[in-house]
Design a binder for this molecule. Structure first.
Ligand code: PMV
Length: 289
């Protein structure tokens, strides 16, 4: 039996713009998904196309047990974390000798297949390696890890990443003269933010700017605006939508002493708050029996 866990992720900067080859900055965060794989003659497993594909790709069969601390379908990368942890547990249980890089690549192939081509390597890279990753087109570069105090607000409003990506594409087709400069401005924010990752006060201002630009792209939602404003009023350095928008989550950057105050302010808006920080490890082995 092998148990592995993998972290979730948030986009700090550049979501949507990354779809157009602009830089994006994503960070692995603490809530994890735990996956146990066991060699058995009569496999039982959770029904999930991600897990089915992990077994199909590796050509083995076994039982799987999943324990997730990450809310699913909220843009926190839970499908990538499940896929990365499952592939790693299979790799261990069946001694397949795949590297972490192999696992990240295989997980990306599975996300692409299940999501019908609409996946970026962001989630699988961040979940496999941890830390902060800069994504530009197909290139991925790890940035120096920073100890940030984050509060995620899950609006509990369901959304579809595919739909939001299509909505931005439609707007861009209709209004290229407006949308292209917004995407360029997001790029400017991300490229500037890279140099201030260790300065939360400054970084918070860039998060606020990125949020305004995401709203200009039409991916805001009244409940997300409410959470962002509540977090800022409670003293966060900055707050923004994280991920596809239209629902899902926002993220606030705080000083350590006020993170619980920010979380309470978010929860007072009928949302779920997660107080978290960077995960620098990526996928890891939990125990073997
Ligand atoms: O829904 P999430 O958190 O996986 O974020 C989607 C981010 C987009 O830039 C909108 C799409 C993408 O594939 O990068």
């Amino acid at each position: 039996m092998a148990t592995w866990s993998a972290p979730g992720k948030v986009f700090l900067f550049g979501e949507h713009a990354v779809v157009y080859g602009k830089p994006g900055i994503a960070m692995a965060i603490k809530p994890r998904v735990f996956v146990t794989v066991r060699k058995t003659r009569h496999p039982t497993r959770a029904k999930s196309p991600y897990i089915d594909n992990c077994f199909e790709m590796t050509g083995v069969t076994g039982s799987v047990y999943i324990n997730s601390q990450l809310p699913s379908s909220s843009g926190l990368g839970s499908s990538a974390a499940v896929t990365v942890a499952t592939l790693s547990a299979i790799n261990d249980e069946f001694a397949l000798n795949r590297t972490r890089e192999d696992i990240a690549n295989m997980a990306f192939e599975i996300e692409k297949k299940v999501q019908k081509g609409r996946a970026s390597p962001t989630d699988t890279t961040v979940s496999a390696f941890g830390g902060i990753v800069l994504i530009t087109g197909t290139s991925r570069r790890r940035l120096p890890p920073q100890n940030m105090h984050l509060v995620i607000g899950d609006s509990l409003v369901s959304h579809s990443t595919t739909k939001m990506v299509e909505q931005v594409a439609d707007l861009r087709r209709q209004q290229p003269k407006i949308v292209d400069p917004i995407l360029d401005a997001i790029e400017g924010v991300s490229l500037t933010a890279i140099h201030h990752l260790s300065n939360p006060k400054e970084l918070g201002c860039y998060m606020d700017m990125n949020h305004a630009l995401l709203e200009a792209l039409g991916v805001g939602h009244p409940q997300l605006s409410r959470l962002v404003l509540a977090a800022r009023s409670a003293g966060a350095f900055g707050a923004k939508i994280t991920g596809a928008g239209g629902g899902g989550c926002m993220v606030a950057l705080c000083a350590k002493p006020i993170r619980h105050r920010v979380a309470r302010a978010i929860e007072a808006c009928e949302a779920r708050a997660i107080v978290t920080g960077i995960d620098t490890e990526g996928v890891r082995k939990e125990r073997n029996a």
